[in-house]
Design a protein around this ligand. Structure first.
Ligand SMILES: *Cc1c(COP(=O)(O)O)cnc(C)c1O
Length: 361
């Protein structure tokens, strides 16, 4: 068996030890005589697993007690539709700061329910920078301000939490959660689909200040109500138990590896390697994002001629480096460097980039 270095943007690489444990426990888990995927979510064994995963995530991210943590079926896009339903009254304004593709989907998902105001928009600049905070046009009566902490496709990341005053700040952390220390108390709500940095697709984590759960929001079915999920410990209906289990193993692995401070160190090192190879290539490789907001998690870059893209992707794949094709919205090449990507993977990519530039320069 040869496991390649997998640079997929998501679903993304998982720690090998997590996959091995899941493999070993596939047929029989925890002495219960059945797989974890075959037992009731209301069994004592599964409830203990769920509580452990929450406790570990709280420890990993230093989540304060006045925040609820929800584990929900569905993706980040699902949460983008649920946010206005839960936290904005009909016709109320929500502010969105658009710094890439996922800010635009946040608008699309919210639009049927609320008045969406674009407080700042990086699109006229080609999503190469984050509009300066001083230029944001925030609405004083907004239900919340939405940002995308890391834009997975455009490779742009907030390096500081913006100050938006009294209005709660909501952030899509799908592709950067747990990649570095995070001050949860600066946010009203943080959400993330798990399949980038936390585990498998099919489960999302929502971290929400408890007082916000009392907001009336809009008429909605109970199953779309965050407060109902919180009141039932995310077991209002059958939760995605297998995904929850894998997420729990992944979070535990992060704690065992040294927690978010250690991942911040590794992620900075990986990003330094890859941006170094781009910037040190004499112009052969190009990244167009403003240096101060370059993402550490997703690095899009371009070759001197887009006709070389397919060759770069096929040769890198043959060299054991998977999924480097850029997203179609941007083109070129993209390397995603989530927590489960070792520094050795970034180094192997950099070695390949040097070699490719020499052969096709
Ligand atoms: C992947 C991603 C999404 C979409 O996640 P789904 O689970 O496919 O809905 C949203 N936001 C960001 C920042 C992402 O990286």
């Amino acid at each position: 068996m040869t496991r390649a270095f997998n640079f997929s943007a998501g679903p993304a690489t998982l720690p090998e030890s997590v996959l091995r444990q899941a493999q070993a426990e596939m047929l029989e888990w925890n002495g219960v005589g059945a797989s974890v995927v075959e037992i009731s979510h209301r069994s004592a064994d599964f409830i203990a697993l769920a509580e452990r995963a929450e406790a570990d995530l709280r420890q990993l991210l230093s989540i304060p007690d006045d925040y609820a943590v929800l584990f929900l079926a569905g993706g980040a896009t699902t949460q983008q539709a649920l946010l206005p339903l839960n936290f904005a009254s009909p016709g109320q304004t929500v502010d969105v700061v658009v710094t890439g593709h996922w800010g635009k989907t946040a608008i699309k998902q919210a639009k049927p329910y609320v008045n969406v105001h674009i407080a700042a928009d990086g699109e006229p600049g080609g999503f190469r920078d984050i509009p300066p905070r001083a230029q944001w046009q925030l609405s004083p009566d907004a239900a919340y301000v939405h940002i995308t902490a890391n834009e997975t496709i455009h490779g742009i990341e907030f390096r500081d939490t913006p100050d938006v005053g009294e209005v709660p700040l909501f952030a899509d952390f799908s592709s950067s959660i747990a990649s570095e220390p995070l001050d949860v108390s600066r946010y009203g709500l943080i959400y993330a689909g798990a399949q980038k940095n936390l585990g498998p697709v099919g489960i999302s984590v929502v971290i929400v200040r408890r007082d916000l759960l009392a907001r009336a929001g809009q008429p909605r079915a109970d199953i779309f109500n965050y407060a109902s999920h919180a009141a039932r410990d995310s077991m209002l209906n059958t939760p995605p138990t297998w995904n929850w289990y894998l997420l729990g193993l992944t979070v535990k692995w992060m704690l065992d590896e040294g927690g978010v401070a250690e991942f911040a160190r590794r992620n900075a090192e990986k990003a330094r390697l890859v941006y170094g190879a781009i910037d040190g290539s004499g112009g052969y490789y190009r990244n167009e994002v403003a240096p101060g907001v370059r993402s550490r998690m997703n690095i899009p870059f371009f070759l001197p001629d887009e006709r070389l893209d397919a060759l770069f992707v096929s040769e890198s794949k043959a060299a054991g480096l998977l999924a480097l094709k850029g997203h179609k919205a941007v083109g070129g090449i993209r390397a995603s460097l989530y927590n489960a990507m070792p520094v050795a993977g970034a180094q192997a990519l950099v070695d390949f980039m040097h070699d490719f530039a020499q052969r096709h320069g």
